[in-house]
Design a binder for this molecule. Structure first.
Ligand SMILES: NC(=O)c1ccc[n+]([C@@H]2O[C@H](COP(=O)([O-])OP(=O)(O)OC[C@H]3O[C@@H](n4cnc5c(N)ncnc54)[C@H](OP(=O)(O)O)[C@@H]3O)[C@@H](O)[C@H]2O)c1
Length: 229
């Protein structure tokens, strides 16, 4: 167990929307300090010392940031979506550093997914509809969160519907329908800080973890234990 008081963070994708939110919020966390703000065309190798790599960039950026974390033997967290299966497998097989990957790093969204899964069990025989809305700049569709939700409620990904509207941070709706009634579950992110704040909290947990691959399910177990202890 690592008991250090503060950790230097390398943020990959520092110029992006999530990168900027992370940089703003990191200054409010006494346990974390911004050590490196890495962008796509960063000149030269990273020479500064850092304790953890946080990546919110692109699949290519995530691959490069993972290689950097491995070469420095530092924990790696990525929330970048639409990662190739080969990279996910490399992360799953990693044995020398702690690696965390979640297409949605919000604990609230994780609980929402659990609720949807439970509802799908209860509303057996109902039609299931999954719809997501994001901002117009989002590169992938449907969202990584929608894909996870679809898996949780056993809906083929190609049946997920989506819209891109203005600056919408992220809305996911799961609807169960019968000829007689409708049940609707909605998660609406109001601010990108929902994800940035959560990523920083997970980072503080990840630096204490032994080498291995972690997901939201591991983090949720840790948080629930903390709440009940
Ligand atoms: N897991 C979650 O909870 C969660 C939440 C929100 C977003 N996301 C995901 O996080 C990623 C970033 O989202 P965003 O909204 O911040 O996107 P964004 O605003 O487009 O930012 C992405 C940033 O990554 C940079 N970049 C591109 N290639 C890079 C490389 N090879 N190395 C380093 N940086 C590179 C981009 O630089 P250029 O401008 O030069 O291209 C840009 O500054 C997306 O995959 C998104 O789906 C996940």
């Amino acid at each position: 167990m690592n008991n250090r008081l503060s950790y230097g963070v390398l943020i990959n994708g520092a110029g992006g929307k999530m990168g900027q939110a992370l940089i703003r919020l990191i200054h409010q966390q006494p346990q974390l300090g911004l050590q490196v703000a890495a962008t796509r065309n960063a000149a030269g190798p990273v020479t500064a010392d850092f304790d953890i790599v946080l990546d919110f960039s692109t699949p290519q950026g995530a691959q490069e940031a993972f290689a950097l974390a491995q070469s420095h033997r530092k924990p790696f967290l990525t929330g970048t979506t639409n990662l190739p299966e080969t990279l996910v497998q490399q992360m799953q097989q990693e044995t020398k550093i702690p690696v965390f990957f979640a297409p949605n790093v919000s604990l609230s969204v994780y609980f929402f997914t659990q609720l949807a899964q439970e509802a799908a069990r209860m509303y057996r025989g109902y039609g299931i509809h999954l719809h997501e809305i994001h901002h117009i700049h989002k590169k992938d569709a449907p969202s990584g969160t929608a894909k996870k939700l679809a898996e949780a409620v056993c809906l083929p990904t190609n049946e997920v519907t989506y819209e891109r509207i203005g600056e919408t941070v992220g809305t996911h709706n799961v609807r169960f329908s019968s000829p007689l009634d409708e049940v609707s579950l909605t998660h609406k992110a109001l601010n990108r800080d929902l994800f940035a704040q959560s990523a920083l909290e997970i980072a503080q947990w990840l630096v204490t973890c032994p080498a291995g691959f972690y997901t939201m399910s591991d983090y949720a177990k840790f948080k629930l234990k903390e709440v009940h202890s």
